[in-house]
Ligand binder design. Structure first.
Ligand SMILES: [Mn+2]
Length: 484
């Protein structure tokens, strides 16, 4: 590919010469003969000419397939240069300026020259520069906590209850960063892994998550926490040593080090950055766990995910074992789950594309979200509202297919006053004491519960539709008035 750079600053020219891949044949056009001599001396092919003249570009052999990069100059007539270029047959034209604000002037010329693309140096250089600077800040932080943990005999890396792939992978990644093995640093939880696909992940990757009790906490010299913050454990852990998490930042505890990034799709993304910042080799096992974690925590980039998650994903992908990930995902379907899928179909109701079912008392909570996810795949289904009773708690999982109404708003609306309720636009969950449910909604009997849930969701949807007719739909978080 041929590229003609029409420039006036030496730095920009040298930058282009260094940055353009070797398959670009770069030629430079400048007005100043001394500058041309310096560039030629350094092996940069250079022409001298007046860019406002058509014959300059004819001599430079500009064709419709030549990429022409024009360095913007506020005091030089850009319009004349563009006219000359066009007359000489140039069509691939890029105007390079310092910042998007400066280039706004060029945008005005777009009416007349729609073939022109603007490039801002600030935008081209900014993202890699920012990640480089961010990496050195991260490196410093990682080095600090590595030193701090170095002399501890026994380290606990604590996750939330029933750890999910992100918690598990983050624990393993942090253990790698602390240069420890299971003998000196355990990944621990107070409630063991229950979901079949997560158990399969542990088995396939040979990862051990130890179950510990509150009394065990005192046996560790240092405690780190991943994918969760101390408030989760109530009063149990007012002081810890390190917290790495992507959930909204909470206060009311002390930690020596913390790295909390709520805009990240997974904790594994943060740990991938830590590993990269200190140039650690990531084993295939760890990479596979982390890749699976990012994929599942972001629902394969369907839920909150940003540039950092994509970067971590593409960094880990070549290091991981994709076949194992497919095996872990396949473990989602088990016979006992299919039982509940069938049960839900027999007892549930589908009204206005909303599938609503009450599962009775399943032996574990994960049957509820599983069935909710399952029926969302059924054609024409737009919402699923699946509920059940687990350990005297009424649990409901809500799912919908994208950009309809907010599932999180729905559960907060009806359940935040009597229990915990939260979630995103497309998935949400509420857990309330069964007694409180009975008091508020007047029933806890199977078919009546389901009828009631169906009414709640249809009310919510209808009301939102009525509102939407007069008001622009608004994205609300925790602002929904309770019990309104
Ligand atoms: Mn997570």
């Amino acid at each position: 590919m041929r590229c003609l750079a029409v420039c006036h600053s030496e730095l920009v020219i040298r930058l282009l010469a260094a940055a353009l891949p070797s398959d670009f044949e770069l030629e430079v056009l400048v007005e100043s003969p001394p500058l041309a001599r310096r560039l030629e001396h350094d092996g940069i092919s250079t022409l001298v000419g007046d860019p406002k003249r058509v014959d300059t570009f004819v001599k430079a052999d500009v064709t419709p397939s030549t990429s022409v990069i024009l360095e913007d100059h506020p005091r030089r007539g850009l319009k004349k240069v563009l006219q000359a270029l066009r007359a000489a047959g140039g069509t691939l034209i890029y105007v390079l300026g310092t910042s998007p604000a400066e280039l706004a002037r060029v945008e005005a010329l777009r009416q007349e020259f729609p073939e022109v693309t603007t490039l801002s140096l600030a935008e081209l250089v900014g993202p890699p520069l920012a990640s480089e600077l961010g990496r050195s800040v991260t490196r410093q932080k990682v080095n600090q906590y590595q030193r701090y943990f170095a002399d501890a005999d026994r380290v606990l890396i604590l996750t939330h209850h029933d750890p999910d792939p992100d918690a598990i992978a983050s624990g393993v990644a942090l253990r790698t960063l602390l240069r420890r093995t299971r003998q000196t640093a355990i990944v621990g939880t107070m409630h063991p892994v229950s979901r079949p696909e997560n158990q399969r992940m542990l088995a396939l990757l040979d990862i051990h998550v130890d179950t510990i009790t509150a009394e065990d906490l005192g046996k560790f010299d240092k405690i780190a926490m991943v994918d969760v913050q101390p408030h989760y454990f109530g009063e149990l852990l007012p002081q810890v040593d390190l917290v790495i998490d992507h959930h909204p930042e909470r206060t009311g505890y002390n930690t020596v080090f913390r790295d909390i990034r709520p805009n990240y799709g997974s904790t594994s993304t943060i740990l991938a950055e830590h590993l990269r910042a200190v140039d650690f080799d990531i084993s295939e096992r760890t990479a596979t766990a982390m890749l699976y974690a990012i994929k599942s925590d972001t629902l394969f980039f369907n839920r909150q995910a940003n540039r950092a998650d994509l970067d971590a994903f593409s960094h880990l992908y070549p290091l991981a074992d994709a076949t194992l990930i497919r095996k872990m995902e396949g473990a989602e379907i088990t016979l006992e789950r299919l039982d509940y899928v069938i049960k839900a179909w027999q007892k549930g109701r589908m009204v206005e594309h909303v599938f609503c079912a009450f599962l009775g008392e399943p032996p574990r909570e994960d049957f509820i979200p599983y069935v909710a996810d399952f029926y969302l795949q059924l054609e024409h289904t737009q919402w699923t509202v699946i509920s059940g009773v687990v350990n005297d708690a009424f649990v409901v999982s809500v799912r919908n297919v994208g950009y309809s109404r907010n599932a999180g708003d729905f559960v907060r609306r009806w359940f935040s006053d009597i229990g915990s309720a939260g979630g995103h636009r497309t998935m949400a969950k509420a857990v309330v004491p069964l007694e409180a449910f009975q008091q508020k909604f007047g029933t806890s009997e199977g078919s009546r519960v389901n009828q009631r849930m169906l009414e709640l969701v249809l009310d919510f949807l209808h009301e939102q539709q009525a509102r939407g007719a007069t008001r622009a739909p608004k994205e609300s978080k925790d602002t929904e008035p309770k019990g309104a």
